[in-house]
Design a protein around this ligand. Sequence first.
Ligand SMILES: C[S@@+](CC[C@H](N)C(=O)[O-])C[C@H]1O[C@@H](n2cnc3c(N)ncnc32)[C@H](O)[C@@H]1O
Length: 251
Amino acid sequence: MALQGDGSPMNIDSELAEIAEFWSARYRAEGFIWGTEASPCAHEAATHFAAADAKRVLVLGCGYGRDAVYFANQGFDVTAIDFATEALALAESWATSGDGAGQIEYVRDNLVALNVPDSAYDAVYSHRTLHLLLTRERLIRAVAEIHRVLKPGGIACISMRSPRDPTREKTRGSAGEDLEVSFRPGHRILFLSNAELGEIAGRCFSTIGQQEMRERESKTQNYDVIVHFLVLGKEADSRRGFAETGFKRDE
Ligand SMILES: C[S@@+](CC[C@H](N)C(=O)[O-])C[C@H]1O[C@@H](n2cnc3c(N)ncnc32)[C@H](O)[C@@H]1O
């Protein structure tokens, strides 16, 4: 257990705690890893959020907030969550720099078990993050959490690294999944086929749209990564949720 910004406990297992440390170390060493411009997925998501008349947007795995800042500048009321302390420290320092990056509530939390009330947001966004959960079980829980915190009729835009992404050496994760090991020691990625991801999302959500998108890996790596970008709708009269995922929330 680790402490969240507001003092309530952040529920996190030891493998995720290691991943949070990995990301903190990267932000400490590399700062604004992807620059301060929003990703192409954020532009696409903002169009969907505006069309759905969303006001309150929750960003999961926000990093230092490049996409959260973009949403805030588009007029959305943004809360942004990450579990890496250095991500939030960088976000706060950017927000207080007077560089147009304010108006966002940053919270330290684990997106697999969020300290967020039910139906609190009109829209949820998560970019290049869910593949870091490393197991299908965590991914299923995270999708159920996204569904839970959305209001009925709410919309989610999520992206995960696509299996069409150039793969590197494979290894086996703690739950037996095949994982890619990237060139960075300690950086592991869960690749699911679009069909597998669609099946998991489809347990709670209806799929509004999906497409492949690309962006540069980072400021220092001059090649593109490919993500699978999904636009998901929570039905207005939805009674689906954790029961359909096969888990109970407090399991
Ligand atoms: C590849 S970075 C992308 C950051 C941001 N979405 C962007 O594109 O600029 C993934 C981020 O997700 C965060 N993250 C990974 N797993 C998480 C979890 N279980 N809960 C909260 N944050 C998580 C990491 O700390 C990291 O900041």
